[in-house]
Design a protein around this ligand. Structure first.
Ligand code: NAD
Length: 286
């Protein structure tokens, strides 16, 4: 895309954190913005705040794990603004912090939101953007979509990285003018560590007889590194730059990615992997 003003952006997970920053930045660029989120009160508050700046804004409560809800989001966007140009498939949740075996329900919740949310976004919005070709899809993955980990979150983000790169290649083969970016943030100062606020009942964590002290420590450490992380509006600046300059990768912390070199080396040499992990980047004073 060469310009943004007057065009329409849809952002999922727009009531908080990065999604809210993207919506705010798009509105400041003169775009019409559709904010969607599963949490109604903060969503409506964000809509009112942006509307008060004079922006053309629509709020749609949407659970991205629900294909019909995402289709309805696309229908309501078309009804309100007649066109879609940018879609940020951004809504996401972090799974359980418990050190014990992850419940299958936890895997399902995280993959339903983080991966199927993106898949539903592609299914409902890609055809609408391809119709005119002046558009861009930004999928929020994570640096954790590049680090091996036995977790639902890593599984969902690895898949998002893979399908996003696949979509980028496919559209280039088709000589499409639609852009695609894969956002892989490191630590960003948001409420992602409070994802349990949106955990459905069917995926509730089992009640423990004793407090899970390790999980509490992990939660506290994560809260600290997130608070010391990049501000969401800075990430919004990187997203706008990627759209206008057609950049696929959006990394907020290239040191994290550089630390993966031994992993790629081991693959090239067909050796067993050495442990690489995100642990080295869990120091809030770094
Ligand atoms: N904060 C970080 O350090 C970081 C790093 C890498 C990737 N991410 C990813 O960034 C994205 C945005 O998260 P954030 O960090 O801004 O956290 P956040 O919790 O502040 O915002 C996430 C938003 O998604 C919404 N959401 C949750 N489940 C939903 C559902 N089923 N349907 C629709 N909306 C739903 C939440 O209500 C919330 O408003 C997520 O995909 C997350 O995995 C975050």
């Amino acid at each position: 895309m060469k310009d943004l003003a007057g065009k329409t952006a849809v952002v999922t997970g727009a009531a908080s954190g990065m999604g809210l920053a993207f919506a705010t930045r798009f509105a400041a660029e003169g775009m019409k913005v559709v904010l969607s989120d599963v949490e109604e009160p903060p969503l409506m508050e964000a809509v009112e705040t942006l509307r008060a700046t004079g922006a053309e804004v629509l709020g749609v409560v949407t659970d991205v794990a629900d294909a019909a809800a995402v289709q309805s989001l696309a229908d309501q966007t078309m009804e309100a603004f007649g066109q879609v140009n940018i879609v940020c498939n951004n809504a996401g949740v972090a799974g359980s912090m418990s050190g014990g075996a992850l419940s299958v329900a936890d895997w399902k919740w995280v993959i339903d939101v983080n991966l199927f949310g993106v898949i539903h976004g592609h299914a409902s919005f890609l055809p609408l953007i391809q119709e005119h070709g002046d558009g861009h899809i930004i999928n929020t993955a994570s640096v954790l979509g590049h680090f091996p980990a036995h977790s639902a979150y890593a599984a969902s983000k690895w898949a998002v990285v893979g399908i996003t790169e696949g979509l980028f290649n496919q559209l280039r083969e088709e000589e499409s003018t639609v852009g695609v970016s894969c956002l892989c943030p490191g630590w960003v100062n948001t409420r992602i560590n409070e994802s349990a606020r949106n955990r459905p009942e069917w995926a509730a964590e089992p009640a423990l007889d004793e407090p899970d002290e390790e999980a509490e420590m992990r939660r506290a450490l994560l809260a600290e590194v997130l608070a010391s992380g990049m501000q969401p509006d800075e990430v919004a600046g990187l997203v706008v730059d990627a759209v206008l300059n057609n950049k696929f990768w959006i990394f907020t912390d290239l040191d994290m990615i550089a630390s993966l070199e031994p992993r790629f080396q081991a693959i090239l040499e067909n050796r067993n992997p050495d442990p690489v992990g995100i642990g080295a980047f869990l120091d809030p004073d770094d």
